[in-house]
Design a protein. Structure first.
Length: 137
């Protein structure tokens, strides 16, 4: 009886952990905007500070990059309050081929300000991301 209870308790804990991990990387949890090509293009055209996060759900590096970006943005909510992050899953069949005149085919962060692409970054170092953001203020 104790073995059965222990077994089911382990199964329930594993299911809870899997469910939590599966939802941990959602755009909502990070404060990122769901992909909307029209809204992203409008924000770029309006000269706003925009980051496009091209990522894939199966990619551990992408998830680490997203966590670094989210942690940085949350570390200074006032300083980054005007930054809009649009997340695009590169495996999404409905994603556009281009936004802001650029194609998205690999996982990275694309930085825009004043309607122009300033840089693309494939790393996950929060200090380097912060430096890129300070360059585009």
């Amino acid at each position: 009886m104790i073995k059965r209870i222990s077994h089911w308790l382990a199964v329930l804990c594993a299911a809870f952990a899997f469910n939590t991990l599966a939802h941990a990387d959602t755009n909502e949890n990070f404060g990122f905007m769901e992909w909307d090509a029209e809204a992203a293009q409008t924000a770029i055209d309006n000269g706003e500070r925009v980051i496009i996060n091209a990522w894939a759900t199966w990619c551990p590096f992408c998830k680490a990059q997203r966590r670094s970006l989210a942690k940085l943005l949350q570390s200074d909510p006032e300083g980054y309050s005007d930054v809009k992050v649009f997340a695009i899953d590169i495996d999404d069949a409905d994603k556009p081929a281009m936004v802001g005149g650029n194609q998205y085919g690999k996982t990275t962060l694309f930085f825009y300000v004043g309607g122009e692409k300033i840089d693309a970054y494939t790393g996950r170092d929060p200090n380097e991301i912060a430096a890129l953001l300070s360059d585009v203020q």
